[in-house]
Design a protein around this ligand. Structure first.
Ligand SMILES: [Zn+2]
Ligand SMILES: [Zn+2]
Length: 269
């Protein structure tokens, strides 16, 4: 874990906090996940890598009858879900974990689901405790855990295994910039020749603002609370996920309701 002052791409060209001090209260800490193609073990944080999986829990499958790929091939029926993210609390220090847990796992069905609010993949989250996990055979080794066969998934959403090199960053609102700040930001962008988006973290990350490519679409839980951004998973060359057209899947949780209900959104260019 390393720390950067601002933005995902190294030191900023200038001190945006001096140019737009009114944005400072809007900044959030985030952890850019920085996937790098590799061979992660189940004992480390990864994207598309093997998971520490409880040995007495069957591998999840998705049996939605109408899920399909982009070209709408006939539904393949029940297919195994695929590991997308495994995050150990030590690698994402600003992400709140439910008491007693220290591992967050994200899996999804790598097909498109017309009945999902996101309209895309069907994600599931598991909060787990590392010390209590009985390592299952690593899912990254073919044959140990069921993997969808070709035709049973949409390649756009099937990540190639990557290790992570998390970097803690300051995140600025991009599409979540409140309306009243827009004129001032536009003036500053013109005067100083920068774009606020250069300071937002628009890659896979934990916490901070969603890495939207389209206007924000924050979900609300069943009790009416606006949910909090948990994770953004965006397409990139390392994981070979295009997710439509440079798209992203965004996970949200409600920390006010018991059981941490979650929801997802999807967008692309
Ligand atoms: Zn499915
Ligand atoms: Zn709630």
């Amino acid at each position: 874990m390393t720390t950067e002052g601002a933005g995902p791409a190294g030191p900023p060209l200038f001190d945006i906090a001096r140019v737009l001090p009114e944005l400072v209260p809007l900044t959030r800490r985030t952890t850019a996940l920085r996937p790098k193609r590799g061979a992660p073990t189940p004992y480390e944080s990864s994207l598309g890598g093997p998971l520490l999986w409880p040995g007495d829990t069957p591998w999840p499958v998705c049996d939605r009858p109408d899920h399909h790929d982009w070209v709408e091939s006939p539904s393949p029926g029940a297919v195994p879900m695929v590991p997308v993210l495994q995050l150990f609390a030590r690698d994402v220090p600003q992400l709140p974990f439910p008491e007693g847990t220290d591992v967050l796992q994200l899996l999804w069905c790598a097909l498109l689901h017309p009945d999902e609010p996101s309209g895309a993949v069907r994600p599931v989250l598991h909060w787990r405790t590392e010390s209590a996990l009985v390592p299952l055979v690593p899912s990254g080794i073919p044959g140990d855990v069921p993997r969808p066969a070709e035709g049973e998934y949409e390649p756009d959403f099937l990540p190639v295994a990557c290790t992570l090199a998390p970097v803690e960053c300051v995140d600025y609102p991009n599409r979540d910039l409140p309306e009243e700040f827009v004129p001032r930001v536009l003036r500053a962008e013109e005067e100083f020749g920068f774009f606020l988006t250069e300071f937002g973290v628009l890659e896979s990350k934990a916490g901070g603002y969603p890495a939207w490519t389209q206007p924000p679409d924050w979900p609300y839980c069943a009790a009416g609370h606006r949910m909090e951004h948990l994770l953004s998973v965006t397409g990139d060359e390392e994981s070979r996920m295009d997710m439509g057209d440079a798209g992203g899947v965004y996970l949200f949780v409600c920390t006010e309701c018991p059981g941490l209900p979650y929801a997802s959104r999807y967008d692309c260019h």
